[in-house]
Design a protein around this ligand. Sequence first.
Ligand SMILES: Nc1ncnc2c1ncn2[C@@H]1O[C@H](COP(=O)(O)OP(=O)(O)O)[C@@H](O)[C@H]1O
Ligand SMILES: [Mg+2]
Length: 416
Amino acid sequence: MNVLVIGSGGREHAIVHKMKQDGIKKIYCAPGNAGIEELAACVPIKSDDVRGLVDFALEKKIYLTIVGPELSLQAGIVDAFTERGLTIFGPTRQAAMLETSKSFAKKLLKKYGIPTPQFEVFDTSADAIDYAGTISYPAVIKADGIAAGKGVIIAEDSSQAIAAIKDIMDNRVFGDAGKVVLIEEFMEGAESSYFVLSNERGFLPLGSARDYKRLRDHDDGPNTGGMGSISPSDKLTPELEEKVVKKIVYPLMEALEKEGIVYRGVLYAGLMIVDDEPYVLEFNARFGDPETQALLPRVEGEMVGILTDSAKGRMFSDRLSLRQDVSVCVVMASKGYPASPQTDNVIEGLKDAIGKDIFIFHAGTRNEKGIIKTAGGRVLGVTALGESMKAAREKAYRAIGSIVFEGSQFRSDIGL
Ligand SMILES: Nc1ncnc2c1ncn2[C@@H]1O[C@H](COP(=O)(O)OP(=O)(O)O)[C@@H](O)[C@H]1O
Ligand SMILES: [Mg+2]
């Protein structure tokens, strides 16, 4: 059996690592990185080169392809693979609209009574601006489409709201993602992510995680792709998790069925917990990064069969069980990240960092004649499992202590 993983980040390294644990003999990754290279054959095909990837999968008779980045989903990779009879884990372009169009997702939630902050949708800036003059603040302005995590603005007053609306809709700072805007009720609470694997026959809970978006400790500094994560989320008690399944996941599965949407893949709900009640802020149509780097090492037993079930639209043949241990993932980023990351620095101490229940997932790295160098903004995700958050933190930060590269940045408060 062979497997192809698409992407080049820490998330994909965690997926490849899991496939290795599952005993997959031949793993390919496109395009991969210096860490993935040690476990898989990396092929230099870009994540959104749909034709190149289809040709490669046909040539190598790939049994299962697993998609990492949303970019590939948006490029229609699942549709293209399926057309050629290839098995691929992930939603079609239409089903991925749960992520790629916030208005699509929110309208579905509203129609089926699934808890989500109140909202209005606008397709002209004049209407949005009129409405912005009538509401209370703070309020949340959201570009409808994918805006690299920058399309959501918390406006403190109407002038900020109007400025955001003009930027998004008139100046098109996020391109076509800003054709439509949502104005949403601001909800104050604790955020968590919840993951399920799904298809038209059912779903399997995959667990929870929490990510740390800001660059610096105590949620200071600019937003990033994510500077760390923990799993399970400390904000999602087992009782709350039950509520999430009952009030959000089940009704959503019913909604998808009624709407005739076949959703195969990971469905990841971004939640806000207010007074012990979960609300959906958004969906993502893929494994989150770095959440997946914390989550996957907790998965016990084989995963490839379950992913194949999801991809083929079969009943799930098995359940997923998670280790009781908690997981902490700390991202090490390049100097200058996120604005202008400096690359090409030598990374030392990787071998010394390895230990039991410690995983060094690579993101922006490359191998230059045996020397590992930085090659992107987020460089490594150092993940550790432990009996308690404290134990996991100690392990992760001890490992980080032995890894050295010029100007490295990481948060010291992940899991605190
Ligand atoms: N209704 C809301 N109330 C309060 N905060 C919100 C609300 N919607 C979004 N946010 C904040 O903005 C962040 C980004 O919003 P989200 O809908 O997840 O979009 P994206 O991840 O695509 O940028 C959330 O993680 C949350 O911190
Ligand atoms: Mg989000």
